[in-house]
Design a protein around this ligand. Structure first.
Ligand code: GRG
Length: 295
């Protein structure tokens, strides 16, 4: 079993435990609500963010149990953002992860509340780090502060606001700022929160900050390249409101992705063997999106 497959299995079991603890079997509407949460969480997506948290913990010889709890909490936040992003008042998407979006399978009210519950429950999980793992109160507060600020009104939500109001004529700096917030901040938080389960040196933390920033932006550029490829296949010209492919063109977007892949791998060389899972995650993104070699 690969590193990522192991993380997927562990995150699924942790989510299952959280669901059982937060919503013990109740009858009536709450039973239905528990089905809504399950529908949105299983089967999951790539579980890429928790994989980053566990990989960063390993690089810093951190606590893997705590990293799994943190990564799962971040996956709850990510899942809330996907449910809300699909709502008619946002991206108005009917499908997610190969099936009906949550609000289409159930209704808008329940989908909205499922997102709210996931975001809130994530902080229950995080606040219990000292009780369940050997993480100090001080480190817990730092982790909660990092994740909340990366997800909130100066992080992912800010990016979503800009996306909602963006025009296809957006400039490159504006688009980069949008992507760094909408997609990059939560990915950055996944890396740094994992590192905080250990005791990274100043140099190690700096390297992980750079890695987190690069891989966050890379993730969005690759997603835009995928969307553009899909649009060509479907022979549609309908592209996301603001996309790197629209602003840079396919070749330049691929070139930028290739540079970010090289930068992120170079940055984590200082971890040697302990950094291997972090390298594996970049390689996973590369393998799914073959890049041109830079001349
Ligand atoms: C609603 C506050 C709020 C924010 C939504 C994440 C997000 C912000 C919107 C999703 C829009 C989108 C498709 C962005 C592109 C990059 C991205 C985050 C893709 C989805 O993440 P994956 O690929 O999904 O990790 P899985 O399904 O694998 O979990």
């Amino acid at each position: 079993m690969s590193f990522v497959q192991r993380v997927q299995k562990d995150v699924d079991s942790t989510l299952e435990l959280i669901l059982q603890e937060q919503i013990p079997q109740k009858r009536g509407p709450l039973d239905k609500f528990s089905k809504v949460l399950r529908y949105a969480l299983f089967p999951g997506g790539k579980r890429f963010r928790p994989a980053l948290t566990l990989a960063a913990a390993e690089a810093c010889s951190g606590d893997s149990g705590a990293a799994l709890s943190i990564g799962t909490a971040i996956e709850l936040i990510h899942s809330y953002s996907l449910i809300h992003d699909d709502l008619p008042c946002m991206d108005d998407s009917n499908f997610r992860r190969g099936k009906q979006a949550t609000h289409r399978e159930f209704d808008e009210g329940l989908a909205l509340l499922a997102g709210n519950a996931m975001l809130t429950d994530a902080f229950v999980v995080l606040s219990e780090l000292p009780k369940r793992h050997s993480i100090s109160n001080e480190a817990t507060i730092e982790i909660i502060n990092l994740i909340a600020s990366c997800a909130g009104s100066s992080g992912m939500v800010a990016g979503q606001v800009l996306d909602l109001k963006s025009s296809p004529r957006i400039s490159f700096p504006e688009l980069e700022f949008l992507a760094i917030h909408k997609t990059g901040k939560l990915i950055y938080a996944s890396v740094i929160a994992g590192a905080l389960t250990g005791k990274p040196t100043k140099e190690e933390r700096k390297a992980l900050e750079k890695y987190g920033e690069s891989i966050g932006l890379l993730f969005q550029i690759l997603d835009d390249l995928d969307d553009a490829k899909e649009a060509t296949k479907q022979r549609t010209t309908e592209l996301p409101r603001a996309s790197f492919v629209q602003v840079l063109g396919v070749e330049e977007a691929r070139q930028r992705a290739s540079e970010l892949i090289d930068e992120s791998i170079k940055t984590i060389k200082i971890f040697g063997k302990r950094g291997e899972p972090l390298v594996e995650l970049v390689e996973l993104l590369r393998s799914k999106h073959p890049q041109p070699t830079l001349g």
